[in-house]
Design a protein around this ligand. Sequence first.
Ligand code: UGA
Length: 486
Amino acid sequence: MNITVIGQGYVGLVTAACFAEWGHQVTGIDANAERISALQAGHVPFHEPGLDELVAGNAGSGRLHFSSDTSDAIREADVAFIAVGTHDGNGGWQTATILGCLGDVVPQLPDDAVLVIRSTLPPEFVHQVGGVVETLRAQSGRPALVVLVNPEFTREGAAIRDFTEPERIVFGVLNDPDGRGVARLRQLYAPADAPVLVLPAVDAVLAKLGANLFLATKISFVNELAALCDAFGATIDNVVASMAYDSRIGGGFLHAGVGFGGSCLPHQVTMTVRTAAMAGVPAPLLAAVDLINQGRRAELVARLVDQLDEPIAGARIALLGLTFKPQTDDLRDAPSLAIARILIGRGAEVYAYDPMESARALAASLVPDIAVRPSAEAALVGADAAVLVTEWPEFRQLDWPQLRTMMRGRIVFDGRNALDPADVTGAGLRYLAFGRGLREASVSMPADGDAPASALILIEGGGPIQPIPIAASRTTADEARTRTSA
Ligand code: UGA
């Protein structure tokens, strides 16, 4: 099939490259000519594991092309996907980009083409889309188009696997009177062995939003639970590991820490609260999810200030990790930037390291008072405290006894509960984390440090820890998969 994907950001480029990998002829289009030139020269403009190879391989075999001109590719498209951004970068929705895109594309599409909207849509907007497309076709003297929505459930850092091995595929029907659109999309997704749900368009839109809102709720829930653990001297790792045995709960997305960031979860929570208010529907749970999440960043700083031996003004704080999660170079709504701004506002010197060079450079331009350093060690020299903000695997290999001799102070605040507390305390440093209160020195995490792969049971009286593999529990394989990539 001839496929056109409009919008070559994180979602659109992955979509284009994966369909090319499945053997289709794909053209990726973007209004940003610089981005298209980079792609034509073989440079993927952001970090996504495996994407460089996928783009290079499919461009090399002639199945994947890039263009900033919509016309030719659109006129030959069997299926056209729209994957442009819909948030305004300020906690609200914006539909100007997608409306502009529809204005360009819809009049030119062949009469038997299928138009598919892959962008995350505001629920109220989906009701307008059908009318907008119908009007644009009528104005250009063309017959009605088949229009579907096809929300994506891909995580940055695992996007290719999420695309090629999805847990479900959702088609939302806006206009498909003879079922031709659904049949064509089924054919397109045939290589993915996953259940397909064909829903009314508005249900598909809310199915997408609902998934992200629930994930965000789980994270704020576990973070509130971690605060209770701190208050009562319990260890969140043990509490969650026990909860995860209950198949009604599962263990995924229950990793306590400094909270969720990125371009999806934070915005979709705040956008939904706003949209709900406009629709006259109170959404107090989601408002609390946002409040708890934002509060984690300030709370980390407050606890750090409380534990420092010297005033925060003039203290040197080393941030380990800048990106909103590992395996990406994305800094959108990254907790690190908020934490750095609060610290700098209170007079601290902030040194930071992230394995992604591009993220270091961008952070330095977004928060000019951050001093970025080329290694964790360089950021930690002379530091009064280390704060781990992103759980990059390399931070678990840090040589804390060696670092102890280079640091000025003794505090290590593990903002992602990713380190083995014994490694830190064994080096004579003070370990702080979320929900690892009184038992912090006796908890250990699995080597990959994701949400618990084993339950860590403390024998009464503070005896040795007996790991119990969660695989032996009633949690499903799917939950385990979610857990390892959280
Ligand atoms: C999210 C969803 O997970 C995807 O399914 C969805 O397709 C995507 O949004 C989207 O709407 O496009 P993403 O934003 O890439 O994906 O990142 P997540 O893996 O969801 O992580 C979001 C944030 O939550 C990160 O800052 C992460 O560190 C944090 N997190 C995650 C926790 O604090 N605790 C957890 O247990 C899991």
